[in-house]
Structure formats: structure tokens, C-alpha cells
Design a protein around this ligand. Sequence first.
Ligand code: IPM
Ligand code: MG
Length: 390
Amino acid sequence: MNYENEIRTCLDRFETVLREQLAREEKMEREAAAVDYAKKEKIRIGLIPGDGIGTVIFESARQVLDLLLGKKLAEGKVELVPIEGLTIENRLACGESVPAPILAAIKSCDVLLKGPTTTPKGGTDAPDMESANVTLRRELDLYANVRPVSVPGEGIDWTFFRENTEGEYVLGSRGVEVGDKLACDFKITTDAGTRRIARAAFEFARKNGKQSVAIVTKANIMKKTDGKFSRIANEIAAEYPEIAHEDWYIDIMTANLVNKEIRDRFQVFLLPNLYGDIITDEAAQIQGGVGTGGSANIGDRYAMFEAIHGSAPRMIAEGKGHYANPQSILRASEMLLRHISFTEEADLLAAALEETTGPDAAVVIDGYEGATCAEYTACLTEALRRRLSR
Ligand code: IPM
Ligand code: MG
């Protein structure tokens, strides 16, 4: 069989991708300054519940924000903006990963709190719809995915800096197929894209007194893309002589995280997108499960905070969605509050989370055995009310 025409179509697609990505790289080089939230009269927080277990855990976050922000809402210093319709049903019906009116509403906000949204799987009859996360990370240019994981009893205090707008991810819905014989996806690493995430990681390390950053790639195999990532990360590292840096490969690093002998010596991790995605689920599991992992998507203009995990269609199918653990989105809410310099509110939430998840907690989330999301939330809001009335 002759594949000439199909190959031409693929080459055209490849050319488009290269031109688009080069234009994006050039735009990134004209760096924007980060927003100073302290100078804003009013901060608009967009609320996007998502779908699947998203709506369940989001309800918990909504109650917590209403409580914590009561005073600032009354003073008009902050506004909570409900954004409806970012559900898999509506997205499929509109044929858009993030329907245009929803994207416009999102862009009218400063920061966002988002519940998980379902992503259709490739290789099925479903259309190749892009993940809403990927669309939003690109549209809002949220280049740093920051994921803290800590297990104080074991000396674990990790912060992952996952590149969030490049790698295998950005073009994951735009790969090509030649007949039914061959499939090819695109992986992109740019100079400016790597520089900005590397700088974010090293700046964080410097500001927070961290001694080392682990640069994690698979540059022995992905010579061009990961090779560039590693080389540029090392160049940026040279600007931070007080911070040690080490190159690691992703495979051994996944082993390191379960190696109790050495894992507590790692502090900050800097990784390309897909490796960051995978290893942060592993790290969150070590912390107590993905249901405990918060995630911040940071850009210069916008920031979006969410749970580390997806919409858990399996839990919904089993009729167990009400057992979803809201701690992930609550930790994301804490990160949001800190990001906009609402430190007092963030500290209150952190203290209440610690109180209600510690060994003396009144209710315990434990898979399908322990408390439901609503039961845990009642306990948490009670702890918050007590603290607020002090
Ligand atoms: C994450 C999630 C998303 C991702 C999914 C839901 C698209 O796993 O934020 O880590 O793969 O980035
Ligand atoms: Mg993930």
C-alpha cells in the first residue's frame, strides 16, 4: 500500500507545529512581569467545580472559602466568581476542550480554584479532545506546576517543579497516524520554556533556604528534548552557586522516592512535564494518597490551583464518589490563599487541616471505610469556626 498522501499530510502537520512552537518560544522570550496581588484593589477568584469527584470535593473547598473569606468578601477585597459548565458532558457537546464563553469567564479572573475534569482517552471512539487542564495551562500560560509533598515524621519535605506547558503534553492531541500502521506524537522542549521553569525552581530554593535541586530527565534516551532541558537547567543552576544541583534520570528517581535510606535528602525537584506528572502521583501516595496532594499552576498573569489527581471515574462508577478525599483541593486552596498573600487565612486553613488529619482527629478519611467527604468537611469547618471565633 502507498502512504505517500498520508505522509505529506503528516509533514504538513509537523511543519505547522514547528512554526507555532517557534512563535511561542519567541513570545516567551519577551518575558512579562509577575502580577503583584498586594497592589490589586479586589482579587477575583474563579471557582470551577469540574466533574466526577470534582463536584464532591469542590463543595468542601467552597464551604471553607466562604468561611475563611467572610470578612474580606464583606469588605469587597475579594470576589468569588462561580464558573459553570466545565464538565465533560458540556465540553463534548460543545466540541471544545474549554468552550469559548467559559474561557472568557476564566480569563476575567485573577486566580482560579479548579476541581478535576475528565479527559477522554485516546485510541477509543471518543474524539481526540484535549485535556481541559492542558488547554488552560496553555491559554493562561501557567508554566510552573508546583507540588509540595511532606511527611514530617519521616523528614520528607519535597517540592516538585514540573514544567507545565511543553513536553509530550502540549501536543498530545495533535499527533499523526499513517494509515493504521504507525502513530507519532510530538514532544517539544524550548529554550525559553526551560529557562523559566528552571529559574522558578532555583528562585524557590533560594527564597526558602533549600540546599539542593534535583534535575530529573531521561536525557540518556531523549537526547534532543531532555538533553536541552538538562543542559539549560544546569546553566541556570550556575547562577545559584549556593544551591547544590544534581542530574538524575527519572527511572532511578522513582526508585529513590521509595528508598527510605536516601529519600529524605531530596528537597526540590525540577522536571519536564510528563515525568513531573507521573512522579508527583507517586510522591503524593507516599504522603497519604493522591487525595492529599495539592497542586499550583503558576504563570506571570494567572494562577490556577487544583487537586493533584483526576476526576476518578472509577469511584463514580462504583457509586463511591462521596468518599472522595477533599484534602487535595483544600491544600490547593491553602496554596491559593498564600499566592495572593492572604497569609492569615492560609495559616488558619493549614492549622485546621493539621488538626483534623492528625492522630487525634475526630473523623478519619480511610478509603471506603472511614469518613465521607461531607463528614470530614463538617469536622474541618467546625475546627475553622472555633479558630475564627478565638
Ligand atoms: C495532573 C493530572 C492531569 C495531567 C490530567 C487530569 C490531565 O493528572 O494534573 O497531574 O495529566 O496533567
Ligand atoms: Mg497527574
